[in-house]
Write a protein that binds this ligand. Sequence first.
Ligand SMILES: NC(=O)c1ccc[n+]([C@@H]2O[C@H](COP(=O)([O-])OP(=O)(O)OC[C@H]3O[C@@H](n4cnc5c(N)ncnc54)[C@H](OP(=O)(O)O)[C@@H]3O)[C@@H](O)[C@H]2O)c1
Length: 256
Amino acid sequence: MPDLPTLDVLLPLDRPRLEPIAGEPDLIALFDATPGVRANMVSTVDGAATGADARSGSINNAADWRVFRVLRALADVVLVGAGTVRAEGYTALEVVDDLREARASLGLARDLELAVVSTSGDLPGALLDGDRPPLVLTVADNPSLGGLREAVGTDRVLVTGDGHRVEARAAVRALADRGLTRVLAEGGPSLLAALVEADVVDEVCLTWSPQLVGGPAGRILNQPAWFSPARPLTPLHLLHADGVLLGRWRVTRLGA
Ligand SMILES: NC(=O)c1ccc[n+]([C@@H]2O[C@H](COP(=O)([O-])OP(=O)(O)OC[C@H]3O[C@@H](n4cnc5c(N)ncnc54)[C@H](OP(=O)(O)O)[C@@H]3O)[C@@H](O)[C@H]2O)c1
């Protein structure tokens, strides 16, 4: 796998390097596939969650991609907000070929599900009309509920809130009820804030891209009010390649 960088392990110090090997056994062992909600985000060193193109694609890199593909391979479902789906053009998700065997050996389903949180139901036609439509987590008073049910199938529209808010805890429970217990939350900042606020996030993975971009970009959490109390994090590991730092923290749940 010559196009993927070797990762230096800065924390913990017991295994200093992770060479890219087909099937990524080292990264899979490091991250593991324990059920729970794992967030994965990227930020510049000055805290921007996007570059000037208002997307995260312009601030990520090969090291981030190496871990990103493994985290997807270890998940039952990617949970994402509609803003990110619209900005980044999400369609049905595929696990990369060289991680399929490792995924199967862990007992995960062949296909990786995509679950989109949306109040409005304003989702791209290319996503709704594809061969593998997403699960849609939405609210009872969504005006396009009927159209959504028609597009993705009644059983794939999960009503887990009302008014303008999907209840994050109910959304995670609805996924678990379908056997989707390994949840990879890929943002965006509004949904991630709702998940943290609801105390359902077990760990945060964050890649720092070695850039300063300035500009009006938001942070990885779109949360005007302070979390009260602030959520403590415990570092699990820190990787490095070519100036890129990739951290992983366990979140202390308030209810723990
Ligand atoms: N740096 C990173 O790692 C990263 C990761 C992901 C995204 N991004 C960037 O973040 C930007 C998008 O930010 P965003 O905050 O708008 O993204 P977002 O959280 O993905 O989307 C917000 C939208 O999701 C729905 N939503 C989220 N939480 C909800 C809740 N609790 N209840 C009901 N609906 C909810 C709503 O959709 P409706 O409007 O349809 O009702 C809301 O407008 C993009 O520029 C994207 O590139 C960065």
